[in-house]
Design a protein around this ligand. Structure first.
Ligand code: GTP
Ligand code: MG
Length: 581
């Protein structure tokens, strides 16, 4: 098998896949794991794009040494001194460097174009303070094969500096850590060094601005700190405190040792490759490992997303069920609807006798009911307001319940806070939409009556009740049908009411036609209620959908990481690399 470092095609493909999966895992829900893993994911995507992928594709590019450390440690001064002339601004203002400066040999210019590493930084050819720019400086005094990058401070008071410095260090083949005798024990640089050790990045440490009489003590102590933190193989250079020239350079002798080391590294292709390989393999291994934590966080996102979705669905499914139930079990046949219907049919006397004379019912109903078309309109109005009230009530309850279910979960609270409207109430236009839905339903019922009675419209009975009268009778029958069974007379007044309506319709249309009519009208009403409440539900689900949480992304992440690891181990199996790496 070919080594991924000599034939990196498969590894590049696997890493591109890994990057894509990482980009898909946006972790938008506010869960404890998301905060840390979002940052991690961002760093990983950056490192893949800034360094790992372009590096693998151009393994013979010059080695990039990134100079990092605290502000005022003397990084820019060191870079100038190594270049032998002022290539980057040093200064007394803290922090000074805000925009990275990459110093390279003129022959290497082609390697550092826009399309390669750190591609988001715009290449410029003069000094700038723009943190989104990368100034390129070609200097013959820097050896071919090794470029030096002056970075902003890693523990800056400026967040932008810190972020950029971390990004630049993640793109380094070699980290040149500059610290001073005064500050070498500071915490932040050591956090960076610990991370460097963890991912086995190649590191060299420069102890800068050291008073000559302190060199021995400080460098011994620093060497011990390095060894105890897994960096015992990192070369340590000391630069004694010297006088800086007007040009910003240290005396050549002060930097001779480190310059000599860098020059010999540049001249030795094998040594250079070892440095690059160590950093690159360490980065790939670490990326694969960190991916599993992002995948776990992605799983948590998917699980939380489901809980949020379930809370909403439970609330609105129940509302739909209850509206369907209440518009079929006789609930609506009370108050206004009942009163207006009785006015219409005038069945007071009739109802009292219903229980005893079922057999002769139809005839009695038909002869008892005097069509009063003008009163049918009143029933329609009462039905409309009854249904509206029912819908509004359940839309409010569902909104409240859905909101409560989200308030019980931290990511739900965050979503509610960002929603921009009070989701705990029905939408402001719900009443208006309910009104027109109910009216449309009533129109449809009248339409059904009209077409069902097409051949009966001339009959005395049809004429007696009119389309409106028959229409309200259908509505009454619908309101008293539970599971297709008419609520019986034993259910009291409401049931009796419905039986009158049913008999009346049967007298005009025949039994079978009435059943069909009622069923269609009922399904139509259910469809419209569902639609109304689904629009309400969507206020919640749209929020969830806009998060674009892909439940399969966690597995894709793990799969991508496994593929990367397989290629690493396959390479290790050839003896070219250490499997423990
Ligand atoms: N006397 C003396 N001054 C130094 C030495 N190294 C750096 N300085 C001065 O220290 C100040 C800071 O040096 P810089 O090179 O700008 O430090 P830096 O690490 O690049 O700082 P930032 O860009 O802010 O991160 C400047 O005024 C330098 O002239 C040194 O060895 N001796
Ligand atoms: Mg600087």
């Amino acid at each position: 098998m070919t080594h991924p470092m000599t034939d990196p095609t498969q590894m590049v493909t696997a890493l591109v896949q890994l990057r894509r999966s990482l980009q898909d895992a946006s972790l938008p829900l506010e869960l404890p794991s998301a905060v840390a893993e979002r940052a991690s994911r961002g760093e990983m995507v950056d490192q893949l794009e800034d360094y790992v992928i372009p590096r693998l594709m151009t393994l013979d590019a010059p080695l990039l040494a990134v100079v990092g450390g605290s502000t005022g440690a003397g990084k820019s001064t060191l870079v100038n001194s190594l270049a032998g002339r002022r290539v980057t601004e040093h200064g007394v203002l803290r922090p000074t460097t805000r925009s990275p400066v990459l110093v390279h040999h003129p022959d290497d210019a082609g390697w550092f174009g826009q399309d390669r590493l750190l591609h988001e930084l715009e290449r410029v050819d003069r000094a700038t303070t723009d943190p989104a720019a990368l100034q390129l400086v070609a200097v013959a005094s820097v050896p071919a094969g090794l470029a030096i990058l002056d970075a902003p401070d890693i523990d800056s008071v400026e967040e932008q500096n810190r972020t950029l410095a971390a990004q630049l260090l993640a793109a380094a083949d070699l980290w040149l850590f500059v610290t001073s005798a005064a500050r070498y024990a500071d915490q932040v640089p050591w956090d960076f060094l610990r991370q460097a050790a963890e991912r086995s990045a190649s590191v060299a440490v420069v102890l800068d601005r050291t008073p000559p009489d302190a060199v021995d003590t400080v460098s011994t102590h620093l060497a011990r700190m390095l060894a105890s933190r897994g960096l015992k193989d990192s070369p340590l250079f000391t630069v004694t405190e010297g006088t800086v020239t007007d040009e910003g350079l240290l005396p050549a002798a002060s930097v001779a040792e480190i310059k000599g080391w860098l020059d010999s590294l540049a001249a030795d292709a094998d040594a250079r490759e070892m440095v690059v390989r160590q950093t690159l393999e360490g980065a790939v291994r670490t990326l694969a490992r960190r991916t599993h934590r992002v995948a776990d966080a992605a799983d948590e996102q998917a699980a939380a997303w489901h809980r949020l979705r379930e809370g909403v669905d439970a609330a609105y499914d129940e509302a739909i069920e209850r509206v369907d139930g209440a518009s079929a079990d006789g609930t609506l046949l009370r108050g206004e609807v009942l009163a207006r219907w009785q006015e219409f049919v005038g069945t007071g006397e009739l109802l009292r006798t219903l229980e005893h004379r079922m057999g002769r019912l139809r005839d009695r109903v038909v002869s008892a009911v005097r069509g009063r078309p003008q009163q049918a309109e009143q029933v329609t109005v009462a039905v409309e307001s009854g249904l509206e009230t029912l819908l509004l009530e359940h839309a409010e309850t569902a909104a409240e319940r859905a909101e409560a279910s989200w308030q019980g979960l931290a990511p739900g609270q965050a979503l509610l806070a960002e929603a921009g409207e009070d989701l705990g109430r029905a939408s402001r236009d719900f009443r208006r939409r309910a009104e027109s839905a109910v009216r449309d339903w009533q129109q449809d019922v009248l339409g059904m009556v009209r077409s069902e009675g097409a051949d009966k419209r001339g009959t005395a009975r049809f004429l007696a009740y009119g389309v409106n009268g028959l229409g309200v009778a259908v509505m009454i029958v619908v309101f008293a049908h539970t599971g297709g069974v008419l609520v019986g007379a034993e259910a009291g007044v409401a049931g009796g009411t419905a039986i009158v309506a049913q008999k009346l319709l049967e007298a005009v249309f025949g039994d079978q036609a009435v059943r069909t009519l009622a069923q269609r009208a009922r399904r139509d009403l259910e469809g419209r209620s569902r639609l109304l409440l689904d629009v309400e539900r969507r206020r919640y689900t749209d929020l969830l959908d806009s998060l674009e949480i892909d439940p399969a992304v966690a597995d894709r992440l793990r799969e991508a990481a496994r593929r990367v690891d397989d290629l690493r181990f396959a390479a290790a199996g050839t003896g070219d690399a250490d499997p423990a790496n």
